[in-house]
Design a protein around this ligand. Structure first.
Ligand code: GDP
Ligand code: IMO
Ligand code: MG
Length: 431
C-alpha cells in the first residue's frame, strides 16, 4: 500500500489543508510530523469553513485515525481550545480517532513569551516575523534536552525534575531580558491541570504506525509550513525552527524512510510569503495587490497580510529536489483568472550572471533579480473547474510550462477552496 507525504513547496499557505482533506478520503491514518500551531490550514466543505492549526486535517472526516507525531511541538492549552472549537462544529474527536506521540515536546507559556520578547527586542532588519506562538524556543529546548514531553505529564516527580532543569535555563535568560522569573509552583499547577486533557490521547505512535503499515493501511503525512521555511534549506534565518521537507515525515513520526512511497508537493500558482525575509519575485504593484485580493491572502493564524508575487519556478524546482517531490498539487489557479499576462520567474541574475537556483548566502540572495518569461493570461473563469476540459487553453499551457520548468508533473489541480473543486491527474495513493 502506498503512503503519501504532503509538503508545502513554497513559503507555506499553499493549500496543504485543502489537499490533505481531499486526499484523506483515500487514507486510513493522517499524521502531522513537524511544526505546531504556527500552521493554519483552512478547509471548506460544502460551504462550511474549518480552521486547523495543530490537529491533522484528516480529523474532519469520520472514520480516520489522526496522529500527532513526535516531530511536532504541542501547546496543550491550544490543543484543548482547538478540540473544543472543532467539536462545536460537529467534528467528533476522541481517543479512538486522535493519538498524540508520548515523546512529543510541549510548548509552554514561557516559550511564547520568549518568542515575542525576542521579536520585540530585535534590531531593525533582524526580526523574523514569527507567529509568536513559541515554536522556536520550544524546539530549542527539545534539542537542549530540557523539554517537557507528553509522557512526563503522567508523573509528578518527573515533572518537577524536568521543570527545575528547564527553569535554570529560562530564568537566566529571562533575567537578561528584563522578564520576571517563572513562578515554579504556578507552572506545575498549570501542567497538572492540563495533563488529563492531553494524556487521554497519548500513545506510542511509532508502534501504532508500524502496526498500521503492517496491516496494509494507508498513511497520509501532513506537512506544515513550506520548504523555503525549512530550518536547513529555507531562507535562513527567516525560517521556522523545524525541518519541513519530506524527509522529516519519517523522523517526525517514527517510521523508516522506506515507508514513504509518494511525495506530493503543494504549489500555489503564484508565490506568497508571510513574515520577514527575502522574496525575489515580490510585487509591490497593482498585480501584487490583485493577487492578494483575489487570493484572500491573509494569514489564518495571525491575520497578517501575505506578501505576493509571480510564480517562481526556480524556487519550486529547488524545493521539489530537496523534498524529492514525485508530483505536485497545483493550487489556486483560479486566482490568476482575468490577468492579461502572467509572468513566471525562470532564473535569477546575480552580479551580471544568470543562475538557476537561490544561493545560500543572504548577501547574494539580496542581489538576485528575477528573470521573467511572460505568458498570455485567460479571461474565462477556472473557478470550480473539475476537469481539464473545463480549463481554457491558456490555463493548460501555463500549467504545462510550470511542469517543464520545475521538472515535476502535476498530480492534482485545485480550482477553489471547496473540497470537491479538485482535478485528479495521477492518484498519489495508486501503487
Ligand atoms: P495551508 O497552510 O497550506 O493549508 O494553506 P492555507 O489554508 O493557509 O491557505 C490557503 C487558502 O487558500 C485557504 O483559505 C484555502 O481555503 C484556499 N484555497 C485552497 N485551494 C484553493 C484554490 O484552489 N483556489 C482558491 N481560490 N482558494 C484555495
Ligand atoms: P502553514 O502550515 C506561512 C512563518 C512565520 C515566520 C516564520 C517563523 O499554514 O503553511 P514561527 O512562528 O514558525 O517561528 O515563524 O515562519 N510561518 C508560516 N508562514 N505558513 C505557515 O504555516 C507558517 N508557519 C510559520 O510567518 O515568517
Ligand atoms: Mg496556512
Amino acid at each position: 500500500m502506498a503512503n503519501v507525504v504532503v509538503v508545502g513547496a513554497q513559503w507555506g499557505d499553499e493549500g496543504k489543508g485543502k489537499i490533505v482533506d481531499w486526499l484523506s478520503e483515500r487514507a486510513d491514518v493522517i499524521a502531522r510530523f513537524q511544526g505546531g500551531h504556527n500552521a493554519g490550514h483552512t478547509l471548506v466543505i460544502d460551504g462550511k469553513v474549518y480552521k486547523l492549526s495543530l490537529l491533522p486535517s484528516g480529523i474532519v472526516r469520520g472514520g480516520k485515525l489522526s496522529v500527532i507525531g513526535n516531530g511536532v511541538v504541542l501547546d496543550p492549552w491550544h490543543l484543548e481550545k482547538e478540540i473544543a472549537l472543532l467539536k462545536s462544529q460537529g467534528v467528533e474527536i476522541n481517543a479512538d480517532n486522535l493519538m498524540i506521540a508520548e515523546n512529543t515536546p510541549l510548548i509552554l507559556p514561557v516559550h511564547g513569551e520568549l518568542d515575542r520578547a525576542r521579536e520585540e527586542a530585535a534590531n531593525p532588519g533582524t526580526k523574523i516575523g514569527t507567529t509568536g506562538r513559541g515554536i522556536g524556543p520550544a524546539y530549542e529546548d527539545k534539542v537542549g534536552r530540557r523539554a517537557i514531553r507528553v509522557a512526563d505529564l503522567a508523573d509528578r516527580e518527573t515533572l518537577e525534575t524536568r521543570v527545575d532543569r528547564l527553569l535554570v535555563h529560562h530564568d537566566a535568560l529571562r533575567r537578561g531580558m528584563g522578564l520576571e522569573a517563572v513562578d515554579r509552583e504556578a507552572l506545575l499547577a498549570q501542567l497538572e491541570a492540563i495533563a488529563p486533557s492531553v494524556l487521554q490521547y497519548a500513545a506510542p505512535v511509532w508502534k501504532v504506525l508500524a502496526e498500521k503499515r503492517k496491516a496494509g493501511k494507508r498513511i497520509l503525512f501532513e506537512g506544515a509550513q513550506g520548504a523555503l521555511l525549512d530550518i536547513d534549506f529555507g531562507t535562513y534565518p527567516f525560517v521556522t525552527s523545524s525541518n519541513v521537507i519530506a524527509g522529516q515525515a519519517a523522523t517526525g513520526s517514527g517510521m523508516g524512510p522506506g515507508a514513504i512511497d509518494f511525495v506530493l508537493g503543494i504549489v500555489k500558482a503564484y508565490t506568497t510569503r508571510v513574515g520577514e525575509g527575502p522574496f525575489p519575485c515580490e510585487l509591490d504593484d497593482a498585480d501584487g495587490q490583485r493577487l492578494g485580493e483575489r487570493g484572500h491572502e491573509f494569514g489564518t493564524v495571525t491575520g497578517r497580510k501575505r506578501r505576493c508575487g509571480w510564480f517562481d519556478a526556480v524556487l519550486v524546482r529547488q524545493t521539489c529536489a530537496t523534498s524529492g517531490v514525485s508530483g505536485i498539487a497545483f493550487t489556486k489557479l483560479d486566482v490568476l483568472d482575468g490577468f492579461e499576462e502572467l509572468k513566471i520567474c525562470v532564473g535569477y541574475e546575480l552580479d551580471g550572471k544568470r543562475i538557476d537556483y537561490l544561493p545560500t548566502a543572504s548577501s547574494q540572495q539580496a542581489r538576485c533579480t528575477p528573470i521573467y518569461e511572460t505568458m498570455p493570461g485567460w479571461s474565462q473563469s477556472t473557478e470550480g473547474a473539475r476537469s481539464w476540459a473545463d480549463l481554457p487553453a491558456e490555463a493548460i499551457k501555463y500549467v504545462r510550462r510550470v511542469e517543464e520548468l520545475i521538472d515535476c508533473p502535476v498530480a492534482l489541480l485545485s480550482t477553489s477552496p471547496e473540497r470537491e473543486d479538485t482535478i485528479l491527474v495521477t492518484d498519489p495513493f495508486s501503487d
